[in-house]
Design a protein around this ligand. Structure first.
Ligand SMILES: [Zn+2]
Ligand SMILES: [Zn+2]
Length: 369
């Protein structure tokens, strides 16, 4: 808003490019003719304004729509959000309740499955609502007219300060002097007036800034509204399914890729299982006792024996298996190409040429002599 200091009360008295030769103070109603210097400044500002094409100071169609339907849009958003958040909240409450009252509950799982979608959707919804309100307010602020000096007076153009009047029920008025669009709803004008500082010195700069203030405010972003809203619903599902899946696949991939050194202190032996002679790992227990475990038979739980000691057993370390003809559980026989330490302690895995990934050494049975 272009202004000069009132000669009587000293408060800012607004100026207009449309009527550059006089000013009327809204504070004390003092009317005065403008000085030749002020008129020269205003005519320079008018020249600066003439260099900006008129459409830059007019609302684009999406902007006008956004302003006209602002409260309707926000209302619809809140209604849709409430409708969708209700079942999610219900699911969260019943899920947590059933986990708390059940003796076999897993509180972490319950939180992820039941509360996660509710929290994510609520967070995204609130951020979206905040963004809608802020963008709408920013557009309102940029487009609002200067409020009338006295009740009953016309509002004034936000760019040139000339009188503007809304036509019919439209909240937007076009200036007859500079063709700028201004929003003339009283609430928006009052909000903008409290945020704008009067420009007393550099009129040309202020005019150019006001003439281009609309830019593409609130026009482009609104096309992302619906996809983001839908995304907020789908995202929790993707997170719930995707993260555990990626985790499992990632761990499996890492175990198949990893090739650690063989630990020769880990001993193995061949054991007779329902599936034939299979590799069993020997784990020492207290008092010299040993536990032998093999997964080659495919039985659940694994084939396990405990013995008083490993005396009399023919034992070997993991390297023994290289070159042997073996039958991994549930597969055709093959010859072991290499053996490696795994990321887990006391665990070894083998590669069989021509097959994908590695196999646990305890899951092998002997295919040949
Ligand atoms: Zn005054
Ligand atoms: Zn104007």
């Amino acid at each position: 808003m272009l202004a000069t200091s009132c000669a009587r009360c000293g408060k800012p008295s607004p100026l207009s490019l449309a009527t550059p030769d006089r000013t009327r103070c809204p504070s004390c109603a003092h009317e005065a003719a403008t000085s030749p210097e002020l008129r020269a400044s205003l005519s320079r500002a008018a020249a600066a304004l003439a260099t900006v094409e008129a459409h830059h100071r007019q609302l684009s169609r999406p902007q006008a729509r956004a302003l006209r339907h602002a409260s309707w849009r926000i209302g619809c958003f809140v209604a849709a959000f409430t409708t969708l958040v209700f079942p999610l909240a219900l699911c969260a409450i019943t899920g947590v309740w059933s986990q708390l009252t059940s003796s076999q509950g897993d509180p972490l799982l319950a939180s992820c499955l039941c509360v996660g979608p509710f929290v994510i959707f609520t967070a995204v919804g609130s951020l979206l609502l905040r963004a809608i309100v802020r963008r709408t307010r920013a557009l309102e602020l940029a487009a609002a007219a200067i409020p009338p000096a006295r009740p009953g007076d016309p509002a004034r153009c936000r760019v040139c300060g000339g009188d503007v009047a809304a036509v019919g029920v439209s909240p937007v008025a076009r200036c007859g002097y500079c063709a700028a669009d201004s929003l003339v709803t009283p609430a928006a004008m009052a909000r903008a007036a409290s945020r704008r500082a009067p420009e007393l010195v550099d009129f040309s700069r202020a005019i150019s800034a006001d003439a281009t203030a609309l830019g593409d405010l609130a026009a482009r972003w609104s096309r992302w509204l619906v996809p983001t809203f839908v995304g907020a619903l789908v995202l929790p599902l993707l997170v719930l399914v995707g993260i555990p899946l990626a985790f499992v696949l990632g761990i499996a991939g890492f175990f198949d890729w990893y090739e650690g050194a063989v630990d020769p202190s880990v001993r193995y032996t061949l054991v007779d299982t329902p599936a034939g002679r299979c590799v069993g790992r020997i784990d020492p227990l207290d008092g010299g006792r040993v536990r032998i475990e093999s997964h080659g038979a495919g039985a659940h739980p694994a084939w396990v024996r405990e013995l008083p000691s490993d005396r009399g057993l023919e034992t070997f370390d993991a390297r023994w298996i290289v070159g042997k003809s073996v039958r991994p559980r549930g597969e055709q026989p093959g010859v072991v190409g290499s053996v490696h330490g795994s990321p887990m302690p006391r665990m070894h895995r083998v590669r069989i040429p021509g097959r994908f990934g590695q196999r646990d050494i305890e899951s092998l049975c002997m295919a040949g002599p």
